[in-house]
Write a protein of this length. Structure first.
Length: 164
């Protein structure tokens, strides 16, 4: 079983209900999460939008390969009515990112693990630090708490509640 961390979030529709439904779908289709962070509200990162995002990080164990996991995640996003209209950042009902898959490093056209921008994003690092502060980023060789301390992201973000 591989330890997997997923970042989940969206800014369209009923954001908290969407997080709860996504966690339910992940539980049914992949694995019941071992840990779920608090929910965080954050301003859009990398683009302008009038609605803030609701984000969380979940930790789970999976027997799926990274590629199988990605296929199921994309199916869940589709079930959550995510519509992608461009390759740039845009509002969405749900986005699910594989942040880590054990200490594995994957770099191909379809998948990059660890997620290549996680060390630059408070909306990922804060919830990740809450559930796995000592986890070591396999490419950067730093703990999540060290990455959080070094992060220069100045985005507005606040913790909403504990667990989804």
């Amino acid at each position: 079983m591989a330890v997997v961390f997923l970042g989940i979030g969206g800014n369209l529709g009923s954001r908290i209900l969407n997080i709860e439904k996504t966690i339910k779908l992940v539980s049914e289709k992949i694995s019941i999460p071992e840990k779920i962070s608090s929910l965080y509200i954050s301003e859009p990162w990398g683009f302008e939008h009038s609605k803030y995002f609701t984000n969380a990080v979940i930790q789970l164990n999976s027997e799926l390969s990274p590629e199988q996991l990605l296929r199921i995640i994309k199916d869940i996003e589709t079930e959550m009515k995510r519509i992608k209209t461009s390759d740039s950042y845009e509002g969405r009902t749900m986005d699910i990112d594989i942040l880590f898959y054990e200490e594995k490093i994957v770099n191909n056209d379809n998948l990059q693990i660890p997620h290549p921008l996680l060390q630059n994003r408070l909306f990922v690092l804060l919830p990740l630090n809450e559930i796995a502060p000592g986890f070591i980023h396999p490419a950067l060789n730093k703990s999540i708490s060290e990455l959080l301390k070094a992060c220069k992201d100045q985005s507005k973000i606040r913790r909403l509640c504990y667990g989804a």
